[in-house]
Structure formats: structure tokens, C-alpha cells
Design a protein around this ligand. Structure first.
Ligand SMILES: [Cu+2]
Length: 491
């Protein structure tokens, strides 16, 4: 009886062992073998560390302050992995896998020569094992092997920050691409000995793609789509983990005269970023986050899994769009952030718009003078339906660019024709406008003021009658047909 029970227990124990062996990566066992080894002094050429330091970790767009004392220290970094649902875009949720509960993960700032003791804590409520590969590490997997951690466990390893630069870190658990695509990435800055030059403002921006089952904008909780990820066809390309994370009221802020430094990462997992701030020139780019400085660059390439430090001084107030200049990503997929610069204008550097006048190409001026349309004799006035139909066609090719096919105009620029008190006040009101244009005259439509600018179109009386018949009987407008003879009288 005793023997049988013992055998059963042995069998259960070995079965559990085999199951663990089957389901957990081999690296976990290796890491558990070495996890208690002390690595102090392993790198003989590294300067001895003096004292411990627990740095503040910040989330995007914030960057931790530089440390004053530059003697190498033992720096203790704790990061908790949290799997959680968060907003990806308006009405769109996603189950993110995160370092520290946000995307991107915390910004880690250490100094060249520091010994970093990294604790990776995998929250017990998580479903997946995770690890961390820091590109600042000299060692197998960048720390991935040493930090493979199942939910409810914590791994520790140390590394010497031997190379200064800005580096990406990310989860490297298989399938690696999926862990990155789900949001497991961030930046670690290893400042060079002596530190970086002073900057008034430092910001943390990180680009990443999201591959959702639903198309861009499709609402609800969206699962990850492996097919789209393999084909490198993301639905979203965003800065700092969500569409609109850094625009509008969340825009970065600076003042005229500020020296701005951006720490920019590209998590990928697939795309290379053509990083650009519209209306700024980077007078310094630490290309690929390394030590080499490029000067006077407008757009810099950031590879997947790479980074760049860019710097510029704000010279003019305004809102500056920060984009991946693969521009459909910016304006259609979310890769748009903003920098709001306040302060005085300097007209010597940027004038703003000085003029907006009619432009007649020289050749067209000649034609206009020579071939001014004759006042043709109209045999018979067409029916209302014919006038309306012709007018519609003429409106689409001559007028809809400004007044819009809906007749709504463009707020602040071109007045509406739909239910326009100006247009509908008198039957002949539009005739003069179409005959002579409007040369920068103030005009009030439905209580709103516009600076009226409309070119003198080379139209016949018949064409003007048709256009006016169309616009005076569309979008809620109603009136009698305008006749060619009415136009002729006013020409
Ligand atoms: Cu992971």
C-alpha cells in the first residue's frame, strides 16, 4: 500500500516536471541556474560602482531628469509587466501587453558605466510569460534569456551600461513580433560620460504599429491579426500607444527660444520611420541614437528597433505636426503628434501670409483679352430642367472646389450658397458676382463675415444663367429660372 502511494507521488511529480519542461522555454532553466551568481567585477575594464541609485522612471512624453553625480552607480530598475485593455483610438480598444501599464513602457535613464540591476516582475493576473531585451546590453538576448518570467514571478539580472546612446528595449518572448506589436517596448538612455548638453525641454516619443482584425476605426475591442502583421499591413501606426496620444490638448509644449530635445524610438515591429517635424529643422541628430551627430536634417530615418535623438531651437510660435513622413501613416493611420510653441513672432524669420491675389497666367491673360466671349444671340430660352442640368455640370467644374458640392462653402474662407441670404436676396444678386468676380471685398453671408475673393470667370450669358438657375434651386434654395437675357442686361 505504502509502495503504491509512493509510486503514484513520484509519477505525479515527474509528470509535472515534464509538463513544465514541455511548456517553458529552455532559457528559463538556464536563467534559474545562474540567477544567484554575482556578476560584480565580471567586466574587468569597467570602473567600480559606488553606491546604489533608484532612478525615477517616467512615461511618455516625459523624460527623467539627468543625475548630477556622474560616478558609476548600481542602478536599480523595477518594471512590472501588465496585460490590460486600453484605448487605441476613439471607440477602439485593444488588449495591450505593457511594461509598467502604459505604451510605450517607462523611460529608463542611466549613465555610461552604471551597473543596472533590472527586476522584471510579471503580474500574477497576466496570461503570458514575458522577458526584456534591452539593446543597451552586452550579453545573450540583451537580457531576454536572463529575464524569461512566467506570471507571478520576478527575474533579476545585471548589466553594465558600457555604450552611451539611446536604445530600444522590448519583449523578446516568442512570437517576438506579437509581443512587440502588442505594446511591449520602451527606451533606455545611456548618457555619455559628462552628460548631454543642456536642453530646455526633453520629450519621449515612440512609434509603433498595431495590427487589428478590424479595419482602422472599426469600433470595439480589436484582437491582434497575425496575417496582417506578417504582411506588414498595419491598421494603425501611432506615437505613444494610441491615436491622438500627443495631439490637441495633449500636445507637447514649448516656448519660443527653447532648446528642444526629442528622444524618439521606433518599436516597429515592421516599419521604418521617416521621422519629421513639419516646420522645424533638426540642427542636431544623433543618428540611430548613437554618438555620431548629423547637422541640419529635416527628416531622419529610424529603423524598426532603433532610435534617434533630435534637437532644435523653437524660433516661431505655432502648432508643429510631428509625423512619420510616410505621410499616409500620419494623416490616415495615426502617426501624428503635435508640438505647441508659444511666444512672440519674429517676422524676420517667418512672415506669415503676405498676399493672396488673383493669378492669371500670362498666356491666359492674352486669350482673355483677345477672345472675350461674345454676347451670343440666344435663339430660345431652354426649359428649367435643361438650365438646371447644364448649371449642375458647370457648377461642378467651376465652383464646387470652393463652395463645395454640398453648397456649404468652407467656414472662414468661402461662404455657403445653400440657404444664403446674400445669394437669395434678389434674383440678380449672383449675376454681378459671376460677371465681374469679387476682388477682396468684405461680404456678409448669413451673419458671417468673409473676405470675398472670386476670380472673374470667362462665362457666357447662357452659362451664367444656367449656373445661377442651379445654385438658386439646390440645397434648400428655391426660385425661378434665371434667363440669359437677364444676364445680358447686367453685363
Ligand atoms: Cu512579452
Amino acid at each position: 500500500m505504502k509502495i503504491v502511494r509512493l509510486k503514484t507521488e513520484i509519477t505525479r511529480a515527474s509528470l509535472t516536471g515534464w509538463l513544465l519542461f514541455l511548456f517553458l522555454p529552455a532559457s528559463m532553466f538556464f536563467s534559474s541556474c545562474v540567477s544567484h551568481k554575482n556578476t560584480h567585477g565580471a567586466t574587468s575594464d569597467a570602473q567600480a560602482v559606488t553606491g546604489e541609485y533608484t532612478p525615477a522612471l517616467t512615461f511618455a512624453p516625459d523624460v527623467p531628469q539627468a543625475r548630477n553625480n556622474t560616478t558609476p552607480k548600481k542602478v536599480i530598475v523595477e518594471i512590472e509587466v501588465i496585460e490590460k485593455v486600453m484605448k487605441l483610438a476613439d471607440g477602439v480598444d485593444y488588449t495591450f501587453w505593457t511594461f509598467g501599464g502604459k505604451v510605450p513602457g517607462p523611460f529608463i535613464r542611466v549613465q555610461e558605466g552604471d551597473e543596472v540591476e533590472l527586476h522584471l516582475n510579471n503580474n500574477a493576473n497576466n496570461k503570458m510569460p514575458h522577458n526584456i531585451d534591452l539593446h543597451a546590453v552586452n550579453g545573450p538576448g540583451g537580457g531576454a534569456e536572463a529575464t524569461m518570467t512566467v506570471p507571478g514571478h520576478s527575474s533579476v539580472f545585471t548589466f553594465r551600461a558600457l555604450n552611451p546612446g539611446l536604445f530600444v528595449y522590448h519583449c523578446a518572448t516568442a512570437p517576438v513580433g506579437m509581443h512587440i506589436a502588442n505594446g511591449m517596448y520602451g527606451l533606455i538612455l545611456v548618457t555619455p560620460k559628462g552628460g548631454l548638453p543642456y536642453a530646455d525641454k526633453e520629450f519621449y516619443i515612440m512609434q509603433g504599429e498595431f495590427y487589428t482584425k478590424g479595419k482602422n476605426g472599426e469600433p470595439g475591442l480589436q484582437p491582434f491579426d497575425m496575417d496582417k502583421a506578417i504582411k506588414e499591413q498595419p491598421e494603425y501606426v501611432v506615437f505613444n500607444g494610441a491615436v491622438g496620444s500627443t495631439t490637441g490638448s495633449n500636445a507637447l509644449q514649448a516656448k519660443v527660444g527653447d532648446r528642444v530635445r526629442l528622444y524618439v524610438g521606433n518599436a516597429g515591429p515592421n516599419l521604418t520611420s521617416s521621422f519629421h517635424v513639419i516646420g522645424q529643422i533638426f540642427d542636431k541628430v544623433y543618428a540611430e541614437g548613437g554618438s555620431e551627430v548629423n547637422q541640419n536634417v529635416a527628416t531622419t530615418l529610424i529603423p524598426a528597433g532603433g532610435a534617434a535623438i533630435v534637437e532644435f531651437t523653437c524660433k516661431e510660435p505655432g502648432t508643429y505636426n510631428i509625423v512619420d513622413h510616410s505621410i499616409f501613416r500620419a494623416f490616415n493611420q495615426g502617426a501624428l503628434a503635435q508640438l505647441l510653441v508659444t511666444g512672440p513672432e519674429d517676422k524676420n524669420i517667418y512672415s506669415g501670409k503676405l498676399a493672396d491675389q488673383f493669378y492669371y497666367p500670362p498666356i491666359q491673360q492674352g486669350i482673355a483679352k483677345k477672345d472675350k466671349p461674345a454676347n451670343e444671340v440666344i435663339a430660345a430660352e431652354p426649359s428649367f430642367a435643361e438650365r438646371f442640368k447644364d448649371g449642375h455640370t458647370l457648377f461642378e467644374s467651376n465652383c464646387s472646389g470652393c463652395h463645395q458640392t454640398t453648397g456649404q462653402g468652407l467656414p472662414g474662407s468661402f461662404p455657403p450658397l445653400a440657404k444664403s441670404d446674400f445669394l437669395m436676396s434678389r434674383p440678380d444678386k449672383g449675376v454681378g458676382v459671376l460677371l465681374h468676380g469679387i476682388n477682396n471685398q468684405p461680404i456678409t453671408v448669413n451673419g458671417k463675415h468673409f473676405q470675398g475673393v472670386m476670380p472673374q470667370l470667362q462665362l457666357t450669358d447662357d452659362q451664367i444663367a444656367s449656373i445661377l438657375t442651379y445654385v438658386r434651386n439646390s440645397w434648400g434654395n428655391k426660385s425661378a429660372a434665371v434667363k440669359a437675357a437677364d444676364v445680358k442686361k447686367l453685363r
